[in-house]
Structure formats: C-alpha cells, structure tokens
Design a protein around this ligand. Structure first.
Ligand code: GLU
Length: 420
C-alpha cells in the first residue's frame, strides 16, 4: 500500500508551493487507496511561529486534504532521534563533537538515487556531499536525521518534497542506509517560478495560501490551479475537483520544466468555481468580505446579477456598491444628449409604477421610448449612469428593482438636478 506524507514546518503561513506538495502526496496515495499522513516538523525551535501548527491543520481541512492517523509531532519524540543518533555513532557512521552529532561521509563513494518525479538517476561523489549535523547539542535532531527516522517509522513508501531538498538527498540516502532502513521512493516536483523571474517568493508578491483565501480565492480554484503547476494529465483536461484529481492522477504526468505562476489563470479558475456556486452558497461565502450593512436577501439579489463579473469574493463589495449607496459625483460627460428628456421620463415612470417584476417595468420604459422617439440604447444608458453612476452595469431594470423604486427615483432626480 502506498503511504505518503506531508511534512510542513510550523514556521508561518503556508506557501502555495507547499499546498501543491500536499496535494500531490495526497493524490499519489489516494489514487490507489493508500494513506496520506501528516507530520509536523517542529525541531527548529528558533524558526517556529506560534499558532502555525493549528493553521496547517485548518488550511489542509479547507482544501479537504484530510490526513490518516494522528499527526506525528517531532518535538514530542526527541528520544527516538537521540537513540538513532547513538546507533549511528556506535556503528561508526557518525561522530559526536561538542555535544552535536555529525554524519561521517565515506570517502571515494558514489551516492545515487532515482528521482521518481524528475524520472532520472541523480548521483554525487562523496567529496561533494556537504557536511551534515544530525543532532544538535540541545538534543534536537536536524531535518537530516529526523526525516529518515520518521519516514521509516511511519512506513512511508513515497516522499514528495520541495526541490530545495534535492542537494541534501545524498545525506538522507546515507542515513537511511546506515540505520538499516529501506530507501522510500523520493521525488522532487519542479519549483514554481515567479512571472518576473526566479523562484516564487514572499518578497515578490503573494505566495501565502491563507492570504489567497483572505483575498477571496476559493479553495477549489486554488487547488485546481496549483496542481496544474508542474503536472498535466494526458488529455490536457483543465478542470479538476480534488476527487477528480485523485482519480486521474498519474505520476508520469509530472513536468520537468519549471512552471511559471500565472495569476490570470488563477483568476480564470476562481471565476469558474464562483459561477458553479448557487446564489445562496455565494451569499454565505461573500458575507465574510462585506463591510457594508446589508441583509442576506440583498446580497443574494445582488450576487445573482453580478456573479458573472466576480473574479474574487472580495470584488463583491466594489461591484455591489452602486446598489448600496449612490455615487457621489456623476461624470456629466457620461450622459447622452437626450439625457434630460430620458431622465424626466424615467422619473415619471418610477413615480407612478406599481411593477415589481423586471419585465413589467421594462415594458413601461419601452412605451416611453416609443412615445419620445429616443434611441433605446441612449435611454437605458442615461438610466444606468443616473442610477448606477456608470455606463457598465448589470441589467439596469433588475438593478433598479433591487435598489428599490424610491431610492432609484431619488437618484434619477439628483441626476436631473445635476444636469440643471
Ligand atoms: N519540513 C520540511 C519542509 O517544510 C519538509 C520536507 C519534507 O517534506 O521532507 O520543507
């Protein structure tokens, strides 16, 4: 049975690349009914950020990347690493110096492994292997010791981890071997690059999963987007729910070249998944981003009109603002030359109408358009500008009803006032 794991360090918010690593490890295991485990690598106490472990749990849960078994917490099992370090000293594979334990690198050897993601063998001459501390003088293990010990203990068959670990792989190969453990399959997906060049990093823009969620990206969209950064199915299909990704996952789909983070594509996925939601679901999702005081019913009405234009959940507030409050200063240039006549007619319709359905109200405007012999486009354009403050709005009759007849009438009167 395939057993994979995700082994984040609780050192702050989760990088989008780590989410990808977790999704790959999850899919590799679940595709064949295997298990996906979680390990918290908290042995570097200086780098630890309080609360990150809980955040790791909650982020994984938001993405439905649910792990099997209890998470393994490294700081709770220090004796296991200390015992392993002792064994390595006793067998002559490590030396103790100033309280720390260092791995001995055997001279004149070639150390290799097969990377199952890059799909090739990688070798090092032992003189090129960097020196490696296994246990620090404070009794805490380094990654080089803790990882092999834990992956063996947890019965991990496949390790998927960031490519930044590739250069230290010979150390790990030696530690596995010297402890008498079988080497699991190890693979390193290619690093995601920043559109501006170089590795995707905090300094250049957002890379934090939590930040993306806070900005109004949906977990479904982020996940779909991120799994395709470095992996592709045989048929170039683009849309994957987590369950579909698991079903179609095939390790031969890993790409060797580095993917470049494409934010437009992420926005496209987000729009797609937003439009998959019902208005009621979207109302609940959007609510967290709304600062103005509006009811759920109003949100639902507005959402149904602007859904097509929502890229992120956080766009709602801006797109909804013409519904909530009139625009302060309308640019008079936006009105057509027949604006005064149109707006006077619109005001008179709104003053007398009893219509509560868009079609009925529309019919009243149509009659006026014929009577006044104004171009339909111009008439509604002036209505858009007067009521919504912009030429580009959702369907204006629907919008008028959502804003409410009295408020819409007030806005038309204000516009007439402004036109003098
Ligand atoms: N704690 C390591 C990291 O976050 C894990 C590497 C691994 O998956 O083995 O980079």
């Amino acid at each position: 049975m395939i057993r994979t794991r995700f082994a984040p360090s609780p050192t702050g918010s989760m990088h989008i690349g780590s989410l990808r690593t977790a999704a790959y490890a999850y899919a590799l295991a679940k595709h064949s009914g295997g298990q996906f485990l979680l390990r918290i690598e908290d042995t570097d106490q200086k780098r630890e950020v309080k609360g990150s472990t809980e955040k790791i749990y909650s982020v994984l849960q938001k993405f439905q990347l649910i792990w099997d078994e209890e998470p393994v917490i490294q700081s709770h099992r220090l004796e296991i690493y200390q015992t392993a370090a002792k064994r390595l000293i006793q067998s002559g594979h490590a030396v103790s110096e100033n309280g720390a334990v260092r791995l001995k690198i055997p001279p004149g050897e070639t150390i290799s492994f097969h990377d199952f993601i890059l799909d090739h063998d990688v070798s090092w001459k032992s003189q090129d292997v960097p020196p490696a501390i296994l246990l620090k003088s404070d009794g805490f293990p380094t990654y080089h010791l803790a990882m092999p010990v834990d992956d063996h203990d947890m019965g991990i068959t496949h390790i998927i981890r960031s490519v930044e670990w590739l250069p230290s792989t010979p150390i790990h190969v030696l530690v596995f071997k010297n402890l008498g453990f079988d080497l699991p399959a190890i693979g390193h997906p290619s690093a995601i690059l920043d559109p501006g060049g170089g590795k995707l990093s905090k300094r250049k823009g957002n890379v934090s999963v939590e930040q993306f969620l806070d900005d109004g990206y949906l977990p479904e969209a982020l996940l779909n987007f991120v799994v395709l950064q470095g992996w592709a199915p045989k048929d170039n299909r683009e849309l994957f729910t987590l369950a579909e990704f698991v079903k179609y996952f095939d390790p031969s789909g890993f790409q060797k070249s580095n993917p470049v983070m494409n934010f437009d594509k992420l926005n496209w996925f987000n729009g797609h998944y937003i439009r998959q939601k019902t208005d009621t679901e979207l109302t609940q999702l959007v609510k967290a981003f709304v600062k103005s005081d509006i009811s759920d019913t109003q949100i639902t009405q507005i959402v149904s009109l602007i859904k097509d234009r929502l890229v992120k959940l956080s766009d709602f507030e801006k797109l909804a603002s013409p519904f909530i409050s009139p625009s302060v200063d309308i640019d008079s240039q936006l009105f057509t030359s027949s604006a005064k006549r149109s707006l006077a007619s619109i005001a008179s319709v709104l003053e007398t109408t009893t219509s509560s359905k868009p079609d009925e109200l529309n019919a009243e405007f149509k009659k006026e358009i014929e009577r006044l012999n104004i171009k339909t486009g111009d008439y509604f354009m002036d209505m858009r500008v007067a009521i919504m403050g912009s030429k580009f709005t959702p369907p204006i009759t629907e919008s008028t009803l959502i804003i409410g007849i009295p408020e819409s009438l007030q806005r038309v009167k204000n516009a007439l006032g402004q036109l003098g």
